[in-house]
Design a protein around this ligand. Structure first.
Ligand code: 13P
Ligand code: SF4
Length: 311
């Protein structure tokens, strides 16, 4: 029987991956076929933890640029490849290292928490990094009452509702999560009154106010695995629906409208194969920046994850 073109691509990827000693890491928002070929699928924190521990010589990072940069910060001796060079998170471009240096002068007593959705240069200017899975715990761990939180204003706002520390937010945002409006949730809730509402902390506060749980993408996957959870309105990027349905047959996952991140959707089976063939695009960071950024990322990894969905 003739193989379809995806099967042929998958065979080539599997054999070349072996030859190169590569591991494929994919974010929860990637296309279904990309998630299916990955060795590991996870949220930003889980992916950086995986990158820090892998013995593979080559990491193919199916996600966006800052994620591959984080892997490269942690594993300078490995080849980190981003299959699609234009896969960049727009929020990470909303603050530069120069802008952060200026802001720090305005708040000399504040410590800087930098969301992992940022460039290596911005991480290098920060005291500690966080992801959506540990932003509250990271902020609480700091020995300062004033926190400059960059670049996501909505994650910063969410953290401010969970801590007594003063949060000074940078006005960045995720263009995908900002499209989710409260009426998208309330309309779905009318249609599915039994469903639990889970949203990502990058959502605007009016959306977060309607949620039963506010979780990272990894937190949402663990929540969905629970026996008592049967039906969920999913307030985050729709790529995660693939994993939720695959891991939880028989349960109902209802995506919200318009929540698609175009940059997360650039990576395809073709681009993964091309990346393995050409060993491109390699993500490397100047050593001086890398070492400073690594201090911020290592501090976060020491804290790890304490976020668990409420029972
Ligand atoms: P997670 O760390 O929750 O996977 O989020 C990453 C991201 O880019 C969300 O938009
Ligand atoms: Fe960036 Fe938002 Fe896309 Fe995540 S979903 S990569 S924060 S634009």
């Amino acid at each position: 029987m003739l193989k379809n073109s995806d099967d042929a691509l998958i065979d080539k990827i599997v054999s070349l991956k072996k030859k190169r000693g590569a591991i494929i890491l994919a974010h929860n928002y990637q296309l279904g076929q990309v998630q299916d070929i990955a060795d590991f699928v996870g949220d930003s924190l889980e992916l950086s933890q995986k990158a820090a521990k892998t013995n593979a010589d080559v990491i193919i990072f199916c996600g966006v640029h800052f994620m591959a940069e984080t892997a490269s910060i942690l594993c300078p001796d490995k080849v980190v490849l981003l299959p699609e060079i234009h896969a960049r998170c727009p929020m990470a471009a909303m603050i530069t290292a120069k802008q952060l240096r200026e802001k720090k002068k305005e708040y000399p007593k504040a410590m800087v928490v930098c969301y992992v959705n940022s460039t290596a240069e911005v991480k290098a200017e920060s005291d500690i990094c966080c992801t959506s899975a540990n932003a509250v715990e990271v902020t609480e761990s700091l020995d300062s009452e004033e926190i400059l939180f960059v670049p996501d204003q909505y994650l910063g706002h969410y953290v401010s509702t969970k801590t007594d520390k003063k949060i000074i937010p940078w006005p960045g945002y995720c263009s995908t999560h900002a499209r989710i409006q409260p009426w998208h949730i309330t309309d779905l809730k009318k249609e599915y009154p039994q469903a639990k509402v889970v949203v990502h902390p990058e959502c605007r506060p009016e959306v977060i106010a309607l949620a039963d749980e506010v979780l990272s993408t990894g937190g949402l996957c663990r929540y969905a695995n629970r026996d008592d959870v049967k039906e969920v309105i999913v307030g985050t990027e729709s790529g995660i629906i693939h994993r939720l349905r695959k891991e939880n047959p028989g349960k109902k996952f209802i995506p919200v409208k318009h929540a698609i991140c175009p940059r997360m959707k650039l990576t395809t089976l073709e681009s993964i194969l091309w990346s393995l063939q050409e060993m491109a695009h390699e993500i490397k960071i100047a050593e001086e920046i890398r070492l400073k950024a690594k201090t911020a990322v290592d501090r976060m990894l020491l804290i790890g994850r304490t976020q668990t969905p409420a029972k």
